[in-house]
Design a protein around this ligand. Sequence first.
Ligand code: UDX
Length: 433
Amino acid sequence: MQLTMIGTGYVGLVSGVCFSDFGHDVICVDKMPEKITALENGEIPIYEPGLDELLARNVAAERLSFTLDLATAVAQADAVFIGVGTPTRRGDGHADLTYVYDAAREIARALNGYTVVVTKSTVPVGTNREIERIIREENPDADFDVASNPEFLREGAAIEDFMRPDRVVVGVESDRATDVMAKIYRPLALREAPIVYTDLESAEMIKYAANAFLATKITFINEIAALCEKVGADVKSVSKGMGMDARIGNKFLHAGPGYGGSCFPKDTKALARIGQEHAAPIQIVEAVIDINEATKRRMIDKVMQLCDDSVNGKKIAVLGVTFKPNTDDMRDSPSLTIVPALVGAGANVHVVDPQGLKEGEALLPGVTWQDDPYKAMRNAEAVILLTEWNEFRALDLERVVKVMKDPRMADLRNVYDPKDAEEAGLTYVSVGR
Ligand code: UDX
């Protein structure tokens, strides 16, 4: 198949590269010349393990190319994927669809022969119908169908998620378009990945419902963790015991400092807005959004308590600031709430993160960046483990105690065993234990 991917952000780039690895011919389009030039030189604007090799391999095989020329790329395509951003609109929590609709208009003018226009971006229910209307209005003679094909890629594991998905969701309403989509995903069907064919609205809803459910699951365990602290239970045991029930499952039950990232915060807010607009409010998700904010703030209180209610003038080491490990993404990271609060309270914050500097430098003013955890902890009066990068999972706790001025640790990802930490000489707090 000849595929065109509009947008070389996270979703567009990972999907485009993986489709080319299936054996399709893929052209990735972006509006930013510097992005296209960088990609042509094999430089990847995001940190995603394995993506650089996969990209190089498929460029070398001449199945993958990059261009600024949307019209030519669309004219050749059997299917055009829209993978542009849908950020939260300022002020009202809605998904901003400007980029999606602009792309639809441009695509409409360039269509040539039967083409399926597929939305990969996360878009509110009804958007695909609107895309269809826009294309029809812009080019009444166009021979096309629309399809909704939401992505479920986790940053840091995106290639694995693309190649071995739990399921592929395709919203499509004509046999011709179903046929094209089936051909595109044939390599996954051969590997017995389930493909769910449904209507456009259901496909759009599946994406929001799945993400909101996962965000709810995390938030549920975060609230249970807060209660565990009061009653003397251990949330790790509680998660384990709950998760063994196959109806619940053990994934996304790790208590922590609150969820962040490019999807959960944005998608929960968008779903809440959609519900309000249709007079069918999703109150559970509205609560999740508020509780997640409160969870992040609760972490600040935890650190303050650990530091005898004052961090003023104290050196504090922060291990990890990206919203999760194996990404350089800082979007809605809990660190963006916690670190500024500490800096604001007069702490001298030293940060170390394997990939966080590039994006984090501008977002976390007033901190000192270090390249080694022990350097960051030297003479510190507290250390906060905020993102569970592998580098921070096997610290030599005795060495930690030795280098610190006052050995106190807030382990906000429950990486260490409280007993080990205390035996090493740390004053130790974690989440829900
Ligand atoms: C998520 C979804 O998993 C993916 O399917 C979707 O399409 C995009 O959004 P991503 O944002 O990359 O992926 O990260 P994910 O691994 O889901 O983690 C999201 C946040 O939840 C992180 O801040 C993570 O630290 C937090 N989290 C996750 C927890 O606090 N506890 C958990 O048990 C799991």
